[in-house]
Design a binder for this molecule. Structure first.
Ligand SMILES: Cc1cc2nc3c(=O)[nH]c(=O)nc-3n(C[C@H](O)[C@H](O)[C@H](O)COP(=O)(O)OP(=O)(O)OC[C@H]3O[C@@H](n4cnc5c(N)ncnc54)[C@H](O)[C@@H]3O)c2cc1C
Length: 330
């Protein structure tokens, strides 16, 4: 395969017909930086209809082109039509890379169309680097239980397909380009060939206590937390105007729900303040924390978490929590 025949980087735009999913905007902003280095155009691919004001948001993230795709098969999400769309368009335009938000839908169709195209798909990278010598994208992510940072490339095949978790990158729009190209494509998929049927729709109940992705303060408890101590960490979080979160072992013990798990396989958080109590500092956890101020409380002075924090407190987590509560109440 001659890689020079493949150019431009695509971002799949996920939307519900009204609003674009934030992960698509995050990806556009991050991939803009790679395109500036590689000389590729940044292309936002939009299956189905989005309003003009939502299209403006895509352009504000620096997209050079929009491909607006109409046709049958997109009325509701399904693997076949979405996978077919990227298979057909990738064969026609030959993008160098296609990035898809690692939402439930994105995780479903991205590897599917990558397999159709007989190319590679990597998931959950926490950093993307463009290598100007090889012209490959380096997908960096924790591996082997967080002991190493693996650099994954797709050195021979194109396009390079990657799914990226929501919240991995920041949405910092660089502004609309002076010249933008709008391309309209029609790719129809026979609805009768869709193998799944919609039986009903139940919206996910929104519980603001479980929405830790966008909160400013996070009090995070690690594996040693006792069930009876949870209320005081919750109280501390509330006094600081924030929310309680946890590490994976706390979810595994079923003390707190998965939606409160911070980290590589949980939620990526960007709070102003993060306080970790009894958190060891495993890469799989800290890779999900991008905090302005990071405080760690651990009884082991050699705990790895102290390599990441701005302030470290060596001591018993419950005692330190009690002291913080007393100080705040005073
Ligand atoms: C593919 C993969 C994905 C993963 N994804 C995630 C993820 O998304 N999020 C996540 O959190 N983990 C994730 N993990 C697990 C991760 O590798 C760690 O095992 C986990 O983060 C450790 O949690 P912990 O720090 O709470 O527990 P531990 O590693 O058990 O650390 C507990 C810490 O508490 C300290 N301590 C003990 N008692 C006290 C006390 N009384 N007072 C103060 N300190 C005390 C100890 O010194 C220790 O440092 C993942 C692992 C893999 C393999």
């Amino acid at each position: 395969m001659d890689k020079s025949n493949y150019r431009d980087m695509w971002v799949h735009v996920e939307h519900d017909g009204k609003a674009v999913h934030p992960v698509s905007l995050e990806l556009l902003c991050e991939i803009r930086k790679l395109c500036d280095q590689s000389g590729d155009a940044l292309v936002a691919v939009v299956p189905g209809d989005v309003t003009e004001s939502e299209q403006e948001k895509l352009l504000a993230c620096g997209a050079d082109k929009l491909i607006l795709v109409s046709g049958t098969g997109y009325e509701r999400y399904n693997t076949e039509a979405y996978s077919n769309l990227y298979t057909v368009l990738s064969r026609k335009y030959r993008p160098s890379a296609v990035f898809v938000g690692a939402t439930v839908n994105g995780r479903d169709f991205a590897p599917h169309f990558a397999a159709n195209l007989e190319t590679g798909c990597t998931s959950d990278a926490t950093e993307l680097i463009y290598n100007p010598e090889t012209k490959d994208i380096e997908f960096v992510e924790p591996a082997a239980g967080g002991k190493i940072m693996a650099v994954i490339t797709i050195p021979v095949l194109r396009p390079q397909v990657g799914t990226i978790r929501p919240g991995t990158f920041k949405c910092v729009p660089t502004g609309k380009k002076e010249h933008v190209e709008i391309i309209r494509e029609e790719v129809s998929f026979d609805p009768a060939a869709i193998r799944t049927r919609l039986l009903g729709y139940v919206a996910n109940e929104f519980d603001p206590e479980l929405d830790i992705a966008n909160c400013e303060t996070i009090v995070c408890v690690g594996s040693p937390v006792k069930e009876e101590s949870l209320p005081k960490y919750r109280e501390l979080a509330a006094l600081l105007g924030g929310k309680l979160a946890c590490t994976r072992p706390v979810v595994d013990r079923e003390l707190l729900p998965y939606k409160l798990q911070v980290g590589q396989s949980g939620v990526m958080v960007k709070p102003k303040l993060y306080i970790g109590f009894g958190v060891s500092g495993a890469v799989n956890h800290v890779t999900g924390v991008d905090a302005e101020k990071f405080i760690a409380v651990n009884k082991d002075p050699a705990a790895p978490i102290f390599n990441y924090c701005d302030y470290g407190i060596v001591g018993d987590m419950d005692e330190v929590c009690d002291a913080m509560l007393a100080a705040l109440k005073a």
